[in-house]
Design a protein around this ligand. Structure first.
Ligand code: ZN
Length: 569
């Protein structure tokens, strides 16, 4: 493509509302433009990157035996009522009515639609397994869309759904998708890790997230240096500690006046103790009912673990009135002794024989509290956030924390949707059985943004070759000089004939401007046609990633470019 004819509005200014580097660069490189909050248009340069990701996904999904469909974006409320999610999905589900007052939503995901399709068409075990996928626009009404296409409301997604006759088959389907995802993200040139994850709002029993490692990532992951264990921070298990031998003799409980002392730091400073000697009592509202969660003062509660342990639909820190009802005191002085709620405790309390905690009385704390003597715990469980100093829950090795961006997610759904929506089949003995499902998503725009987040420098994007909208840019330093222009055109024609995706920067601009744009849009190879080298029959080729420059005779350019492309650069 000739640059002069391209719709490629690049810019030097950093957009004021763009925090993330990928967001800034996608705007500056003329890839996207915001239409309204969380809703973006892709311009030609950006859309080419999208199409590259889609193509890789299609090839790998097809290779794994999945078949492409295209499902409607507008979905009737009845299906969501059947699955139970019309109520539970919350405000992210954009609902509306048509002219006949019938209720609909814009699909944030397609479990209901695909289950409805399959239950009408698949009747016997002979028609199973099946895996159907689509690349479709989704809408999720995020409360605070941000980071450009990374967390937006309207976005492209590949979603696949597998249907199996039994658990063993479902496991095979899951593994096939797991392997396909590894191939997809490897082919995209991304540094990624599959991690164990919580199943969240989609539901189901087991899931992995595919995370691109990037310092700016919204998600924290944990991985082991010694074994393959890797998990999302919210999912990462903390091994149950060996019960420590505690030799501190128990002492009688004592109430102490602690005026204005609320936080762990304040308690420690006031009483001259370490956080590990204090027990935090957090009051949660679990589906509206107060529950006390105890944890040692030097640890953090993991709310996902608490929610999973309680098996509740909603969990939030209790409002003031609930705290007052449970403890008889205002926020900040809760303790387990005499509290009127269920009490669950993190493993970190095991073995504690004396601790300091709130007295359920304003401006008072208790010391020498002995769990089991002074209060009863309903259950001890793993309820805390893992830390870098904790051992790997699988092998005991050292673990590491890293920031990352989720680009894909695979779920074992089990029978959550097939049971609710009666997706049944007849087995070999003629008995009716429920299909076992899995679902598998990849955020397309997010994958592109994550690739930029992990591949850029101070000059702009550094595309991994497989996602690069174009592979080569040819820059004649002065288009008004006939010999330069002719040579550049000749190389352009030759490369185009060979199927290379190439831009000819034929703009009448200073060389510096062209170089800046080429760096910004991140084309992997730049061929510079300048007078000095041309006099020797040569051109300069620069790698965008290494900035390494070599001189090549014009005749050798084609072979060089083709070999670089075939080796993936
Ligand atoms: Zn390990």
């Amino acid at each position: 493509m000739r640059y002069s004819e391209m719709f490629l509005p690049t810019g030097r200014e950093i957009p004021s509302d763009a925090e993330l580097i990928s967001h800034q660069l996608m705007i500056r490189a003329g890839m996207i433009r915001k239409l309204t909050g969380g809703i973006y248009s892709y311009l030609p340069f950006g859309y080419r990157a999208i199409r590259k990701v889609e193509q890789i996904i299609r090839e790998e999904m097809d290779r794994a035996g999945a078949q492409e469909v295209f499902l409607p974006m507008v979905q009737p409320a009845e299906l969501w009522q059947e699955s139970g999610r019309w109520v539970h999905y919350g405000k992210e589900l954009l609902r509306f009515r048509d002219r006949h007052e019938r209720e609909y939503c814009l699909g944030p995901t397609h479990e209901e639609v695909i289950t409805d399709l399959v239950r009408h068409e698949i009747k016997t075990y002979r028609q199973l397994p099946r895996n159907l996928y689509q690349i479709q626009t989704k809408f999720r009404d995020e409360i605070r869309p941000r980071f450009g296409v990374m967390r937006c409301r309207e976005f492209g997604m590949k979603d696949a759904y597998s249907f199996d006759a039994d658990e063993a088959g479902a496991e095979i389907s899951y593994q096939k998708m797991f392997e396909a995802y590894k191939r997809i993200f490897t082919r995209c040139g991304l540094n990624f890790r599959p991690v164990e994850a919580d199943s969240g709002a989609i539901g189901g029993s087991f899931s992995h997230e595919f995370m691109v490692i990037a310092d700016s990532g919204e998600d924290a992951i944990v991985f082991c240096g010694a074994c393959h264990y890797a998990a999302n921070l919210e999912k990462a298990e903390v091994a149950k500690p060996d019960q420590p031998e505690n030799t501190d003799p128990p002492l009688p409980i004592e109430e102490i006046h602690t005026p204005g002392v609320k936080t762990i730091e304040e308690v420690c400073a006031f009483l001259r103790v370490k956080p590990g000697e204090v027990v935090k009592t957090l009051i949660f509202s679990a589906d509206g009912v107060a529950v006390a969660v105890l944890i040692r003062g030097d640890q953090e509660v993991n709310e996902v673990k608490v929610k999973n342990h309680l098996g509740c639909e909603s969990l939030e820190l209790a409002p003031d009135d609930l705290i007052l009802a449970a403890t008889g005191s205002p926020r900040g002085f809760a303790g387990a002794v005499g509290i009127k709620t269920r009490i669950i405790a993190d493993y970190s309390l095991l073995g504690m024989t004396r601790c300091i905690m709130g007295a359920n009385r304003e401006d008072y704390h208790l010391r020498h509290v002995k769990p089991g003597r002074d209060f009863q715990v309903e259950a001890h469980a793993d309820l805390r956030v893992i830390r870098e100093t904790d051992p790997c829950p699988r092998c005991g090795g050292a673990i590491h924390l890293a920031r990352s961006i989720e680009v894909g997610h695979v779920f074992k759904l089990g029978t959550k949707y097939s049971k609710a929506m009666k997706a049944l089949y007849l087995d070999a003995t003629g008995r009716e059985q429920t299909m076992i499902m899995g679902c598998y998503g990849i955020g397309i725009g997010r994958t592109v943004a994550a690739a930029i987040e992990a591949n850029h420098d101070s000059d702009g994007i550094v595309w991994p070759l497989p996602l690069a909208p174009y592979q080569v840019i040819i820059t004649p330093v002065n288009v008004n000089e006939k010999s330069l222009s002719e040579t550049a055109n000749r190389i352009y024609d030759t490369l185009k004939d060979k199927g290379v995706e190439v831009i000819l920067d034929d703009r009448d601009e200073r060389a510096g401007v062209k170089f800046k744009d080429a760096d910004l849009i991140g084309i992997p190879l730049r061929i510079t046609v300048g007078p000095k080298k041309l006099a020797e029959g040569k051109v300069e080729i620069m790698s965008r990633r290494s900035k390494e420059v070599i001189d090549l005779p014009i005749d050798a350019v084609e072979a060089f470019v083709l070999s670089k492309i075939s080796e993936g650069m």
